[in-house]
Design a binder for this molecule. Structure first.
Ligand SMILES: [Zn+2]
Length: 500
């Protein structure tokens, strides 16, 4: 039993290249949700022969999804950093920088998730919206409440989204109404949530929802709590970790003040240089291959080396970085270093839960860096490197999909549409009747004979360029109205055509 998708396909190949195939045929197992095979160039005249080559003669037991002109398949988005408990605040509090914004807007709202019925009402809405926005994998940075995070994990599990759900750990530097009573209490509810989430799916190897260790940030965690999280991380290497790093100058300075005299020695017998923010996490064994570090705006040279050495990944959250005036990270420098980078919406530091907004702002942020490329001391941009250059369309596509999967350490399972990977995908539709007035539909191009290629091109080249143009238009002008279907592990779970 297979689902066969026939039509245009886009998928990343590397940071600098993607495949745009106008006439692809994709075969997905209905049982496993895995991509069985893909043929990239199947003219309609070769459709049946191609199926026969793969042993498919009778299509009765299979489903064929025919993509129309102006529609294409692409991998789903991977949002590597989002606070679901802050979604009701999106678009509020933008007069503040980070620490004041936490105090005046974020902590009071997050405290309300102590009430399970409030959490259920909000999270039901949040998960549905995020799925329909095309996010097939999401790193959820929850509130500190165990029950609210159980509810979130249940809702995500029921929706069929791939996700990491974490209860944040924070036992200081927060108001009395929103702080954990002790390191032991924090650890206890963390362990309880981890085992609850792992129990949602009988076979953990097929689990879509996984727990994630979630220390809020170094400032909000006592050394005692970090020591306990360190022991937990060491005892459970498969446990993903997410936290914030180097977002804002005041935050970095205060982190250094708090940990100046109390930091344990670095792991692996290494000697420490100057105290750095990332070095704090490293001292507590929280920097590793499955660590997601949100922001990384003002990293020092030693931190870049350290993050690279530990193979940790960075979640670039440009909307939030602009909105809270945190700064403009030098993503090209990290990419040149070989550090894994994905994108995050960081709602509600960021005001949009659409990864398309994150893509647009990642592009703008990289253009700002380009304008100020003289401000990158010590970095001579290599001709084939990324530093001091704007991020290209292939790079933006990669960061929002495969890059995010790599940051979450699930890049071998999702992030691109290739045989053997799970079918986590979107059917995108760029037509003028989608209801999005911001995008010019492919149907209007056709009606008005608007072409964007070179007249001397072959028909195949014209179609390829048209598809590349549709992708760029979607990334910069699209929204959820252009996302017709959302699939996770082969299951149709969202989009404008979805009915619960
Ligand atoms: Zn955040």
């Amino acid at each position: 039993m297979f689902t066969l998708f026939y039509g245009a396909l886009i998928t990343p190949k590397s940071l600098t290249e993607y495949t745009a195939a106008p006439q692809a045929l994709v075969c997905v197992s209905k049982v496993s949700g895995v991509i069985e095979w893909i043929e990239l160039d199947v003219p309609s005249s070769a459709f049946e022969d191609t199926l026969a080559k793969h042993g498919l003669v009778d299509l009765q037991d299979h489903e064929v999804v025919d993509l129309k002109h102006g529609e294409f398949l692409m991998p789903g988005f991977i949002d590597t950093h989002l606070h679901p408990c802050q979604v009701p605040n999106a678009g509020s509090g933008q007069e503040h920088e980070l620490l004041d914004w936490l105090k005046h807007y974020t902590f009071p709202l997050e405290a309300r998730y102590k009430d399970g019925s409030f959490a259920k009402r909000v999270y039901t809405e949040v998960v549905r919206r995020i799925v329909n926005a095309g996010t097939t994998t999401c790193c959820y940075f929850g509130s500190l409440h165990e029950e609210a995070n159980r509810i979130l994990a249940e809702l995500v599990h029921a929706a069929g989204q791939r996700a990491f759900v974490g209860k944040c750990n924070m036992d200081r530097e927060a108001p009395a109404f929103y702080v954990e009573p002790s390191p032991d209490a924090s650890l206890h509810s963390t362990l309880s949530l981890i085992s609850y989430i792992r129990g949602l799916t009988p076979d953990p190897s097929s689990a879509l929802v996984q727990p994630v260790l979630t220390p809020r940030f170094a400032i909000a965690c006592t050394p005692d709590l970090l020591s306990k999280l360190s022991a937990l991380a060491l005892s459970d290497p498969s446990l993903t970790i997410q936290t914030h790093v180097s977002e804002n100058h005041s935050e970095i300075e205060y982190t250094k003040v708090l940990f100046k005299d109390v930091l344990p020695p670095p792991p692996h017998g290494e000697t420490r240089g100057a105290l750095t923010y990332a070095g704090v996490y490293d001292a507590y064994n929280l920097l590793r291959e499955n660590t997601v570090l949100a922001h990384a705006v003002h990293l020092e040279e030693e931190e870049i080396e350290l993050i690279h050495r530990r193979k940790a990944g960075v979640s670039h959250c440009p909307t939030s970085n602009f909105n809270l005036r945190s700064g403009c990270p030098k993503i090209g420098v990290l990419l040149d270093k070989g550090i894994k980078v994905g994108l995050g919406t960081d709602v509600s530091g960021g005001f949009s839960l659409s990864m398309l907004t994150a893509i647009q702002h990642a592009s703008v942020a990289s253009k700002l860096v380009t304008l100020h490329h003289g401000a990158l001391p010590g970095h001579t941009p290599a001709a084939d490197g990324f530093a001091s250059k704007q991020l290209s369309i292939p790079t933006l596509l990669y960061l929002a999909t495969q890059g995010g999967a790599d940051v979450c350490n699930i890049g071998a399972r999702v992030g691109s549409l290739v045989p053997g990977k799970a079918f986590d995908a979107l059917v995108v539709r760029l037509h003028s009747d989608a209801g999005n007035p911001g995008i010019w539909g492919a149907d209007l191009d056709k009606e008005l004979c608007i072409t964007r290629g070179d007249v001397k091109e072959s028909e195949a080249e014209v179609r390829k360029h048209e598809l590349e143009g549709l992708l760029e238009r979607f990334l910069f002008c699209g929204d959820e109205r252009n996302i017709k279907r959302v699939y996770v592990q082969g299951r149709f779970i969202g989009g404008t055509e979805f009915q619960a």
